[in-house]
Design a protein around this ligand. Structure first.
Ligand code: NAD
Length: 418
């Protein structure tokens, strides 16, 4: 059941976490349903003159706290159920951070690797055109996600600007743009930075020195590679790494210290496969490695009932959205393995997107230092709030229960103000 429906997972999380909240049942019920589920079908004439049809989605889950906010994915697996799940998580993420944004998510169902760069631009522009009636700087603000990046956001922004008769405020319709096109310094690395801040804060509250810790990392894209770069500065030891081509550890040493080289290699080759210092291992060996932290930063449903028993760690930091399935969470908690939930662990991205939106609407440009300092302070504050809930006097709760409880309360407060 869970394998087929990501949204079922969300429903199970809402059911579980609702037990620990004092907010009314009406609010919980409302959060089970997205406000709008939009499907767009549009033709694109490709470079070679051939016309192809494309299907894209945008789910607008909830806007009690502010405009819908969330990424756009490009993947052959994109579907409405997945977008509903991801949009719901965005509502909880923004509510947990207590920023004036709601939850949305979208995606285009196609394999980006099958198209030339010129075709990718044409497809992205047409997707932006199709979404135009539904999005805007005060209505719904998309951003990059899996297989999308600042260049794609730039293409989509220029169409949105053109269609709005060049309303300057429409520069804020999309976040995650390139710096020259209204993007924020620090946005590209923000999600990975946030993951590394979770690591740091967890170590702090349990009095562990990051240099005495180790981790395994699944996913070496935007989130995973940036997390590894920041964790390298904390001297955390990377024991093994995985991407869509397989699982790897160092061929000569105990841990992988050549992070900068690996990032460069990955940029050039679009995968870590073939990096001279890595040797391939199988998935069982990867998930069984004894370490302090496991960081799944690739995609959803990676830690399941099938492999959860293999894990030998203290804490899982959910860099990806929904990497631990709902049924795999109980066995982890039974073994006192903490899970820092996605809505907290990868919230650095939407937080800095919010800073980008503020800069755009106020005509400001913040330094990278200001952006990352603000994000660091905010994430530390939220982490501590969630942590104090987990270790509260009325017993032990999971970090997910804590994070959702705070989010529910903030949504309730937002509703009262309306
Ligand atoms: P990305 O496309 O940049 O990278 C994805 C990585 O996952 C790549 O290294 C890829 O090789 C790997 N991967 C893909 N399929 C895999 C598989 N079957 N097994 C192992 N590895 C696989 O994507 P990203 O932006 O880094 O996003 C990763 C996750 O983080 C997604 O769940 C996304 O929703 C979430 N997220 C991203 C952001 C952001 O700002 N980019 C923000 C919040 C959450």
């Amino acid at each position: 059941m869970i394998k087929n429906s990501l949204f079922k997972q969300v429903e199970m999380q809402i059911k579980r976490t609702a037990k620990y909240t004092t907010v009314s049942k009406n609010i919980v019920d409302m959060l089970k349903y997205p406000n709008n589920e939009i499907t767009v079908n549009f033709p694109v004439t490709l470079e070679n003159g051939e016309q192809q049809m494309f299907t894209g989605y945008r789910v607008q889950h909830n806007n009690i706290l502010g405009p819908y906010k969330g990424g756009l994915r490009y993947s052959p697996h994109v579907n409405l159920d997945e977008c509903k799940a991801l949009a719901t998580w965005m509502t909880f993420k923004c509510a947990l951070l207590n920023i004036p944004l709601g939850g949305g998510k979208g995606g285009l169902k196609f394999n980006k690797n099958d198209y030339s760069k010129n075709d990718l631009k044409l497809i992205s522009e047409k997707y932006s055109e199709a979404l135009f009636p539904f999005i805007g700087p005060f209505r719904d603000i998309p951003a990059p996600d899996m297989n999308t990046n600042s260049e794609i956001m730039d293409w989509m922004t220029s169409i949105n600007l053109r269609m709005s008769n060049n309303n300057p405020l429409n520069i804020a319709t999309f976040t995650g743009k390139s710096i020259n096109n209204g993007g924020s310094l620090g946005r590209a690395e923000a999600t990975g930075f946030g993951v590394s801040e979770m690591y740091k804060n967890y170590c702090k509250v349990y009095d562990i020195k990051p240099e005495n810790t180790s981790y395994i990392l699944q996913g070496f894209g935007n989130v995973g590679s940036n997390a590894a770069l920041f964790l390298n500065k904390q001297n955390a030891q990377l024991l093994a790494v995985a991407d869509h081509t397989g699982f790897y550890k160092h061929s000569k040493s105990q841990f992988i210290s050549e992070i900068d080289d690996l990032v460069e290699y990955n940029k050039k080759n679009k995968s870590i496969k073939g990096f001279p210092l890595l040797k391939q291992i199988d998935d069982k060996e990867f998930w069984s490695i004894k370490c302090t932290f496991v960081i799944p930063a690739a995609l959803e449903c990676q830690i399941t009932l099938d492999n959860v028993g293999l894990l030998d760690c203290k804490c899982i930091i959910e860099g990806a959205n929904g990497p631990v399935t709902s049924d795999a969470e109980s066995p982890l908690l039974d073994r006192y393995i903490d899970v820092i939930p996605d809505i907290l662990a990868n919230s650095g991205g939407v937080l800095v997107s919010y800073y980008e939106w503020m800069q755009n609407t106020k005509g400001e440009q913040w330094s990278r230092e200001k952006v990352l300092d603000a994000a660091s302070n905010k994430l530390e504050k939220i982490f501590k709030m969630v942590h104090s809930y987990v270790r509260s006097s009325d017993g032990f709760h999971s970090y997910r229960d804590g994070a959702y409880s705070i989010a529910y309360k903030n949504i309730e407060k937002g509703l009262k103000k309306k």
